[in-house]
Design a protein around this ligand. Structure first.
Ligand SMILES: *Cc1c(COP(=O)(O)O)cnc(C)c1O
Length: 226
């Protein structure tokens, strides 16, 4: 518990520092995948209420057990069509949008539930085979295609840069993403650039990220594997 507090206060200092420099508020999403409910509850007791999860089944069990309605849950995992109904029911944000087919299903279910879903479009900035997401030059058409779905609110972009770039501090693709984000921001009224995890969150904030997603730095190793 004390450990969480110490790490979180260090992260908050970094957030404060970059918020001042960037003149923008920066949000922290605490990634709780593979962490136990007790650990998450400890963090909730410290006053945090925004969490990210990757696996639908695992997430729903935890969300039901925690059973608090002032918590904001971000879905940050891969989307499968047959899981979308559950994602929509239990989550407030979906950060990993890159398929028009998924957008249509999400919109229909949201319309049924009378819900507006906050979404980020996932960008594969380093063009990695292993990662989902659109390439930079597919973005604008995709945004045009989805802008008229009434139950979807596009908040901005999300990306997971390559591990090598993150670890080596190679900021090139971060900068390209930021440029693109700034362009789209004006045109589409975006407010979210979701970029940065445990190993690159400072690099990300240094390149305009205003939402960082951090798991292992706070919790230590994941408590169980999928
Ligand atoms: C797991 C995950 C995180 C958190 O990663 P850590 O390295 O544990 O901080 C952030 N974003 C996404 C999309 C993830 O899958």
């Amino acid at each position: 518990m004390a450990n969480y507090e110490r790490t979180l206060s260090l992260i908050n200092k970094d957030i404060e520092y970059f918020s001042k420099i960037n003149k923008k508020d920066i949000k922290l999403v605490i990634v709780t995948k593979a962490q136990k409910v007790d650990s998450i509850n400890n963090i909730i007791d410290l006053g945090y209420s925004t969490f990210g999860e990757n696996y639908v089944q695992e997430a729903i069990e935890k969300i039901k057990t925690i059973n608090k309605n002032n918590i904001c849950w971000h879905y940050i995992g891969k989307i499968q069509s047959n899981k979308i109904r559950q994602i929509v029911q239990y989550f407030d944000w979906i950060q990993t949008i890159s398929s028009l087919k998924h957008v249509k299903i999400i919109n229909d279910i949201c319309a049924n539930l009378n819900k507006i879903m906050n979404v980020c479009i996932q960008v594969n900035i380093d063009n990695e085979e292993s990662k989902s997401g659109l390439s930079i030059n597919e973005l604008e058409k995709f945004i045009e295609d989805i802008k008229n779905y009434g139950n979807i609110k596009v908040r901005g972009l999300m990306s997971i840069p390559s591990k090598t770039n993150a670890l080596k501090g190679n900021e090139n693709s971060y900068k390209i993403l930021k440029l693109m984000y700034d362009n789209l921001c004006e045109k589409y009224n975006f407010d979210t650039l979701s970029l940065g995890m445990s190993n690159d969150y400072k690099l990300a904030m240094n390149n305009g990220s205003n939402l960082i997603r951090i798991g292992t730095l706070i919790f230590g190793k994941r408590e169980y594997e999928k």
